[in-house]
Ligand binder design. Structure first.
Ligand code: NI
Length: 131
């Protein structure tokens, strides 16, 4: 069920909301506002840290360098309880992309993501706070 509420905006803020809706291809203001609220709630859950959250870590690394492939796999086995799934893609002769879906306490996910992102041989990547 959806409840209808009315919101009040200053003209400048409303103008910015409408621009945001156009640029992000939202069909209605309501859809945009709902998404903004949902995102704020996800960010709050990650900040508070008491509930389970879902995160996605993506890593691009050169598998020939510094034994990074084995180190990344070893880290994932060490904390297998945090991992829902992982996908490994061989991008070219050297580079791999690994995407790891995790569920757990925010601090545990952040620590694991930071540990993997800081490994020598990892070129780029990041953590997405998905839910
Ligand atoms: Ni590979």
């Amino acid at each position: 069920m959806i409840e209808r509420i009315s919101l009040s905006f200053e003209p400048d803020l409303l103008k910015n909301l409408d621009r945001y809706c156009r640029e992000k291809h939202y069909p209605t203001r309501s859809e945009a506002v709902r998404d903004l609220v949902r995102r704020a709630l996800v960010a709050e859950a990650w900040q508070k840290g008491d509930k389970e959250v879902v995160g996605v870590v993506s890593l691009v690394f050169d598998h020939d360098k510094r034994d990074v492939n084995n180190k990344l796999t070893g880290q994932q086995h060490k904390q297998h309880d945090l991992i829902i799934s992982s996908t490994h893609v061989h991008l070219n002769h050297h580079d791999c992309l690994e995407v790891i879906l995790m569920r757990g306490k925010p601090a545990e996910i952040k620590k694991m993501a930071d540990t993997m992102l800081a490994m020598p041989g990892v070129k780029s990547g990041g953590l997405t706070m998905a839910g």
